[in-house]
Design a protein around this ligand. Sequence first.
Ligand code: F6P
Length: 307
Amino acid sequence: MKLSSPDYKGMDEAQAGADFRKRLDNYERAYQTLDEEDEEDVIQYCKLINVGKKVIAYNIQGYLAGQCIFYLMNFNLTPRSIWLTRHGESLDNLVGKIGGDAPLSPKGKRYGACLSRFIKFQRQENERIRTLEAETGTAMTPQKEKTVAVWTSMLTRTKETVEEFDPKEYDIKHMRFLNEIYAGICEGLSYTEIERRYPKEFEARRINKLFYRYPGMGGESYLDVIQRLNPLIIELERMTSDLLIVTHRVVLRILLSYLMDIDRSKMPNMEVQLHTLYCVEPKPHGTVVRRFKWCEELDWFIEEVDG
Ligand code: F6P
C-alpha cells in the first residue's frame, strides 16, 4: 500500500521499501511511544493499529473525545465506490417550488431508468477489473465480491428514481436521514414567492444560509441537517460495499463537502445540479471524485472533466 503513496510515485520498489524502513527508524528516534504506564492522568490518546484492526483508547474523557474514538473505530480503507446523486427531475422542480413530496416528471423517470442501467454497467466493469486483479495478483487489498447498497430518502421523488433497481440485486433502503431540508412555512413556495411573502426571512437566509433556520414547525437549517446526518456518515465510513445514495440538494451538498473536505462556509452554495452523478472513491492517500452528467439525447452518462 505504501508504494501507492505520492512519496514513492514512480520509484523502484526495493528503493522505496528501503526508504520507508529508514523513515520508520527516524520516527522511532524522534518520537516517544505513548504507554499507559508512562502517563499521568493528563494525557488522553487513541492508538489505531493496522487501520483500526486494533484500537486502544486511553483515559478518554468528554463527549467529543468519545465521539472521535467512535468515529475512528468505524473507519475503513476497503476500496469501494460511493455513488451520489439528487433524484430525477420532479414536477415541483419544473415550477420552481421547494420542499414538498412531488412525484417525478417523465424526464425524471427517464433519468432514474438510465441510472439503474448505468450502475449495473459500472458494477459489471468493476467485477471484471477485480477478477483481472485477482488473477494477475495486482490487487492492493484482498478482493471480495461486491454488493451494492442503494439508499434513498423517504420522499416520493427519490423512491421513484430507484424504481428500476431490482431489489433482488440491490440492498435498497429508504431513510428519513436523507430527506431534504424542511423549509417550515416556506414548504411548497418558490423563491420568488418567499421573497414577496417573507422578505425579512429571505434576506436573513441570503446573509447566512448555513445558520439560517426556516421558521414554522419542523423548519431546519443547514446545521440541523448536518446534525441529523451524523449517524449516516458513521454508517458510510463503516461500510465496505459499494453504495448509491439518491437524495436532495442540501443533503448532497453536505455529503459531498464531507467526502471532498470542502470548507463548511462554501458548502451551502456549492453547485449540485439535477441529473448529475458523483462517484467518490476513498483511497489511502486521498479521495478520488468523478462527475458524470446524464445526456438525455444519448440516454447515458458522460464523464465531465474539469479544466
Ligand atoms: O429546489 C429543490 C430543493 O431541494 C428544495 O427542496 C430545497 O429547499 C432547496 O433545493 C435547497 O437549496 P438551497 O439551500 O440552495 O435553497
